[in-house]
Design a protein around this ligand. Structure first.
Ligand code: KIV
Length: 275
């Protein structure tokens, strides 16, 4: 698609019903992002989510898809210690989670482990720029590569990742002017999230575009709807209906056959039953 100049539409999904719709509607790549730590599980940052938790969501998504390529995010510290652990953990997303590939953050000391995972036969997507698992080191959710040195490092990072065989790279929160320079430096697709319109594709967090995550909204988010408000209205109407006795009505109610009911009443009137 990138060679043909076709833009690639990626979106996160964490659950069966969302993945089912994304698959049907034509999303090109689904990422089971560790952003679910914050959007679904209510952790303060992504570092809290575990491998076992990520596997549950990955399985839910892959059960739903028929055609979409699914990438699972490897959580904090599951790929950084040693290459054997990294391979085994990546393998779990493929073998148990049924994902097509894994995504790993960074391009520093982790590069040999990325190579080891790829050498083991597992496709890897890279992630550079703002890498939320390193938020402590980066000093918060800040735009990356804003100075010549840090911009050069991003380009080098992209090259390093391509050299060890990643099939694509996500560039997060970088100046849009850097994206064409990164693309020039590598031959693999570069997807953007807060990286401008020149990226080969775009990815956003599904809860952000639906208006379901309200804690903070990064500048790069385009909110397509306000499901938060819709859910608020729906839940309030349901509460009112229950309290007012307007739910359930005839449409949502089951009946017993009249004869059966009469027979039941007769039986009860004999007095041999204590209710
Ligand atoms: O976890 C995630 O959803 C991500 C995207 C923001 C790229 O890594």
């Amino acid at each position: 698609m990138t060679r043909k100049g076709e833009k690639i539409a990626l979106l996160t999904a964490y659950d069966y019903p969302t993945a089912l719709i994304e698959d049907k509607v034509g999303i090109d790549i689904i990422l089971v992002g560790d952003s679910l730590a914050m959007t679904v599980l209510g952790y303060k940052t992504t570092v809290s989510v575990t491998l076992e938790e990520m596997l549950i969501f990955t399985k839910a998504v892959t059960r739903a898809v028929e055609r979409t390529f699914v990438v699972a995010d490897m959580p904090f510290l599951t790929y950084k210690t040693d290459s054997n652990t990294a391979i085994i953990n990546a393998g779990r997303f493929i073998q148990e989670g049924n994902a097509d590939a894994v995504k790993l953050e960074g391009a520093g000391s982790v590069v040999p482990n990325i190579k080891a995972i790829i050498d083991a036969g597992i496709p890897v997507m890279g992630h550079i720029g703002l890498t939320p698992q390193s938020i402590g080191i980066l000093g918060g959710f800040k735009v990356q590569g804003t100075k010549k040195e840090s911009a050069l490092k991003l380009i080098e990072d992209a090259r390093k990742l391509e050299d060890v065989g990643v099939f694509s790279i996500i560039a997060e929160s970088i100046p849009c002017e850097l994206t064409p320079l990164i693309k020039d430096a590598v031959s693999i697709p570069v997807y953007g999230i807060g990286a401008g319109a020149d990226a080969d594709g775009q990815i956003l967090v599904v809860h952000d575009i639906l208006g379901l995550f309200q804690d903070f909204i990064p500048r790069f988010v385009k909110k397509y709807t306000d499901l938060g408000k819709t859910l608020n209205d729906v839940f309030s109407r349901y509460i009112n209906d229950v309290k007012n006795g307007d739910f359930p009505d005839e449409k949502q109610t089951y009946h017993i056959d009249k004869k059966e009911l009469e027979a039941l009443r007769k039986e009860l009137s004999k007095g041999s039953y204590r209710l």
